[in-house]
Design a binder for this molecule. Structure first.
Ligand code: HPA
Length: 259
């Protein structure tokens, strides 16, 4: 595709030398050799979360990129090669990383591990949410599909595995529609209407991930821990955040290593 050609041209410009002196190809935003990034990749928004995941959940993790301090690592989990890459916040940012990961580095199974705000009374702080679909107010859908309201959805096999893993681990999860918004501070959005139609949570990346994965015929899923509640105004304590993060990570890791 044309975008792939652009990436290749930019990658050629971005050819670099590692400290050991070997030539390697990177993309504009990810400094890695092909083969240094696993086909299975976890995607937190926060680059320090990527570091934390690499150090605490993967074996033998090695950093492969730090361009713009957006960190990426590859290690193993239960012997399976897994990468973890920060994506930054919002659809424009995650779209850059996901495009390069898919088209330049061959990633095939991508799981976002993020946080979201709860919008629904049935969703509680500390819950783990799985985005079966991701509605959005982003121009992304219009720009690609004009007047068709394409519905970005999770890969079914990953969704099924994540739900099965959660059941096996005895961890409660909620599965449904989320909204990926363009503005964190948005006084114009009609949250009560979204809630009426069953939207469970609000975040800023899943619709971009699902749409790019659909275009490239690769598999993607987004999991979230609920960090704050829009109906009640509550926020997680540091301890609650940590426990629900661990729960989400267990589900994500068990899901990503499956065939
Ligand atoms: N809005 C958008 N994104 C978010 C939120 C929120 O309230 N909480 C976590 N990610």
């Amino acid at each position: 595709c044309m975008l792939c050609d652009v990436i290749k041209i930019l990658a050629a410009y971005a050819t670099n030398r590692r400290s050991k002196g070997e030539l390697f190809m990177s993309t504009p935003h990810i400094a890695a050799e092909k083969g240094e990034i696993a086909e299975r990749i976890l995607l937190p928004g926060d680059p320090l979360r990527a570091k934390f995941i690499a150090e605490n959940f993967l074996d033998n993790a090695k950093e492969y990129t730090s361009i713009r301090n957006i960190l990426g690592y590859t290690g193993t989990y239960k012997g399976v090669p897994i990468s973890v890459q920060g994506t930054g916040m919002g659809i424009p940012s995650i779209s850059i990383y996901v495009h390069e990961l898919i088209h330049a580095f061959g990633c095939k199974k991508l799981i976002r591990v993020g946080t979201c705000g709860a919008m629904h009374k049935d969703v509680k702080l500390r819950d783990v949410l799985i985005a079966q679909a991701a509605s959005t107010d982003s121009s992304l859908i219009r720009n690609i599909f004009n007047n068709i309201n394409f519905c970005p959805i999770a890969d079914y096999s990953l969704l099924e595995k994540a739900v099965a893993s959660a059941r096996k681990l005895n961890l409660p999860v909620k599965v449904g529609n989320v909204i990926s918004v363009d503005r964190f501070y948005d006084k114009d959005i009609d949250n009560p209407r979204l809630t009426t139609y069953g939207i469970l949570g609000v975040e800023m990346e899943a619709a971009g991930l699902y749409t790019l994965a659909a275009e490239a015929h690769v598999r993607a899923l987004a999991l979230f821990t609920v960090s704050d509640h829009l109906l009640t105004g509550e926020g997680c304590t540091v301890e609650e955040r940590q426990t629900s993060f661990q729960d989400m990570m267990k589900i994500a890791l068990e899901t990503i290593i499956e065939e």
